[in-house]
Write a protein that binds this ligand. Structure first.
Ligand code: DGY
Length: 323
């Protein structure tokens, strides 16, 4: 029997690519150059499965291309706001993602950004690299204490809960959350967490606010000028979710004018482009979308995609079917 044909849009960890080669007639992206819209359309017309990443925008124009051969889109990533899900569904395409395997690593990055921002780590590192450090002083780079403070999580899914565990059990932090549905009472009890009824309430009470909601139209600019003004002047905002959840211009204003003390960002509106004004600010810690970037997690994400497409081609429902 002929092996199904699959197109992978970017480089994946070598051992997962080896598995793909073994089981499929696979087209890899040796040079890791992002595919154009036309190349993505052609892939849908010539392959049985398209395996994109969170940076490949699969909009309605691409998904409705004529003469499609593809039946499944196996996204390498838990977030799938890069895919027009309604269009995929209307086209009868199955879409899968990679949940669970990146929960802890993304929560670790959120905690890292929280600590970097609170303790002004990037400023300290710059001082040393620029050979400007003349020694310890009692007033140098004074930040905010993290232990015992209040962390507010907007969105309370797996990643937020993993961060809350690290923050509560590791740093003695008090946990607030804003979640659309009632979280599991056992989890709330373990974290001694309080559910806020509004985003506004959470923003005004938390010392640190971390964003964990999905991207897309429903959450675009959830954090805007009005809401940033509700935060404490000593508070820090952490975003490891999606860039467009925060209005970047409003955040830049908030950081410049001292409405909040700092921000830690792993994701950006329109990334990889970054508003150049962020680069001029000392009170923002910037990482290049590293949430899931560990050896273990990236391999596990690839394996999750492999399992999803294997199930599909065997005639079963993939575990991580989104539509
Ligand atoms: C995801 O999987 O959604 C992440 O943003 C990529 O690490």
């Amino acid at each position: 029997m002929n092996k199904p044909k699959v197109v992978v849009t970017r480089r994946w960890p070598a051992e997962v690519e080896a598995q793909l080669k073994e089981h499929y007639d696979v087209q890899l992206n040796e040079f890791d150059i992002p595919m154009t819209a036309n190349e993505l359309k052609l892939a849908l017309q010539t392959a049985d499965a398209l395996l994109p990443t969170v940076t490949d925008v699969l909009n309605a124009d691409i998904l409705t291309v004529d003469n499609k051969r593809a039946k499944i889109i196996g996204n390498f990533g838990v977030g799938y706001n890069n895919i027009d899900i309604d269009a995929a569904k209307a086209q009868g395409l199955v879409v899968t993602n990679t949940p669970h395997v990146l929960t802890d690593c993304t929560a670790d990055i959120a905690m890292l950004l929280l600590l970097m921002s609170a303790r002004r780590a990037p400023e300290g590192e710059r001082m040393i690299r620029n050979q400007q450090w003349t020694g310890w002083t009692p007033t140098q780079l004074i930040g905010q204490k993290v232990t015992g403070k209040t962390l507010g999580l907007i969105g309370f899914g797996r990643i937020a809960q993993a961060m809350a565990k690290k923050a509560h059990h590791g740093f003695g932090m008090n946990i607030l959350c804003f979640a659309p549905s009632q979280p599991d009472p056992a989890i709330m009890a373990d974290l001694q967490a309080t559910r806020c009824t509004t985003v506004e309430e959470l923003l005004s009470e938390a010392n640190f606010v971390s964003l964990h909601c999905p991207g897309g139209a429903a959450t675009k600019h959830l954090i805007n000028e009005q809401r940033l003004k509700l935060m404490r002047p000593s508070a820090h905002l952490i975003n490891t979710a999606r860039g467009d959840v925060v209005d970047s211009k409003a955040l830049i204003k908030a950081l410049k004018e001292g409405w909040i003390a700092g921000a830690g960002l792993d994701v950006y509106e329109g990334e990889p482009a970054i508003d150049p004004e962020f680069l001029e600010l000392n009170n923002v810690s910037l990482l290049p979308h590293l949430g899931s970037a560990t050896e273990e997690t990236r391999i596990a994400m690839g394996n999750r995609v492999l399992a999803n497409i294997a199930a599909f081609f065997a005639g079963h429902e993939p575990d991580d079917k989104v539509v």
